[in-house]
Ligand binder design. Structure first.
Ligand SMILES: [Zn+2]
Length: 393
């Protein structure tokens, strides 16, 4: 009863806030485009679809989400649906139309579906990245037509802050933003590009960091703290995405201190994630290592250190842990605290098609990594993928 009252009061307050103050307080950060993307989501009709398409071993997973109190976020790691560079051999045969079909019902069901777009959406353009040593260099270029398939899959917001967003220069990133704007997919890439969504009467800000100055930089902890503090005053829920950490099967653990890879400072991730939560972030979603890493709960907020590869078509190594993936379904209390959720196990079928994994291979791996790296702050992981905050002692 009390809870129901709280929801009504909160909804009324949110509406008043929405009408009277948010856009004004947002100042220059909220463009017309941002406001145009703002939308209420009504997705209950998708439930039947989810149940029809999921394998029998997957029970209906969104029962808790029917409550108006819960904000459901579905998050995945790296998305690269195929590249037309250096040539079209690395594109899926149907242009990507069916690539995400098996995982889409889960993404569509969420209030907010997030992913890291690991490359630009552009036709043509030029890259200076791989001019000299093509064999050991990767530049990605997804055709603009693939944007539609991201939309159809259910993605609401994408990170454009990573080491491939500028593979075709600023022109590539601008093209990507135009495609996403046309489709109504929010994005966060360069400094100043912050996504705002309105979901269940709540203002949600999504800000993406990488370890480069071409976006908000996770190595600038002071700067990160400042911008998160600012966002926390503008939005009800602040979601932080970061692309950081060393890459590959050897780097499944989250170390203490700074990670270096290929001569680059890939971040002190424990320090960064805790600092942004101290500053007001509610959920931290990491990616970059191309493998799934553990998860911890810090000050009642969930941190996923790496969501791994999700759909990385054509040119990626998918052997061992590099081919194991997940959809992280997170349920948040209205104030952003971590309530619980579910890991949907996914495995990429070569050359990069995400399939639901009935063996749930990734689940004991996440449990083990979380326990080994975070001890009593590790999330609890059940065999069916249900996740929960650590038991309080
Ligand atoms: Zn990357």
């Amino acid at each position: 009863m009390l809870t129901r009252k709280w929801v009504i009061v909160a909804s009324v307050l949110s509406l008043v806030f929405c009408v009277s103050g948010f856009s004004a307080e947002g100042g220059d950060d909220l463009s017309d485009e941002d406001l145009a993307m703002t939308s209420m989501r009504h997705r209950s009709s998708d439930q039947a679809l989810v149940q029809a398409l999921l394998p029998a071993s997957f029970s209906p997973v969104f029962s808790a989400a029917s409550s108006e109190e819960v904000l459901v976020v579905a998050a995945v790691g790296d998305l690269m649906l195929g590249t037309s560079w250096p040539d079209e051999r690395y594109l899926p045969p149907d242009g990507g139309a069916t690539l995400l079909a098996e995982v889409s019902p889960i993404l569509r069901r969420a209030d907010i579906a997030f992913g890291n777009l690991e490359g630009p959406l552009i036709d043509g353009g030029t890259t200076s990245k791989c001019a000299r040593n093509q064999a050991n260099c990767y530049a990605f270029r997804m055709p603009r037509s693939m944007g539609r398939y991201l939309k159809e899959a259910g993605f609401d917001v994408l990170s454009l802050a990573n080491n491939h967003a500028l593979d075709f220069g600023v022109e590539g990133r601008e093209s990507t933003k135009r495609v996403l704007d046309q489709l109504g997919i929010a994005h966060s890439g360069e400094v100043g590009d912050i996504a705002y969504l309105t979901v269940r009467s709540k203002k949600v800000a999504v800000i993406a960091f990488s370890c480069y100055d071409t976006s908000y930089n996770l190595n600038d902890i002071e700067g990160a703290t400042k911008i998160i503090r600012e966002l926390a005053t503008k939005a009800d829920i602040v979601i932080v995405s970061f692309h950081g950490g060393a890459e590959g099967a050897k780097y499944q653990h989250v170390p203490y201190g700074t990670e270096r890879y290929l001569g680059e400072n890939r971040g002190n991730l424990r320090k960064f994630t805790h600092a942004v939560i101290d500053a007001g972030a509610d959920l931290v979603l990491g990616h970059g290592p191309h493998v799934v890493r553990g998860m911890e709960v810090y000050r009642d907020r969930l941190i996923a250190y790496s969501l791994g590869n999700f759909t990385t078509y054509g040119v990626f190594n998918l052997s061992g842990p590099l081919g194991l993936s997940l959809i992280l379904e997170v349920h948040l209390w209205p104030d952003g605290r971590f309530m619980g959720g579910r890991i949907h196990a996914v495995k990429q079928e070569r050359p990069g098609i995400p399939r639901l994994d009935p063996q749930r291979t990734i689940i004991p791996i996440v449990r083990r990594l979380s326990q080994e790296d975070f001890g009593e702050r590790a999330i609890q992981v059940q065999d069916d993928g249900t996740i929960a905050p650590p038991r309080t002692r």
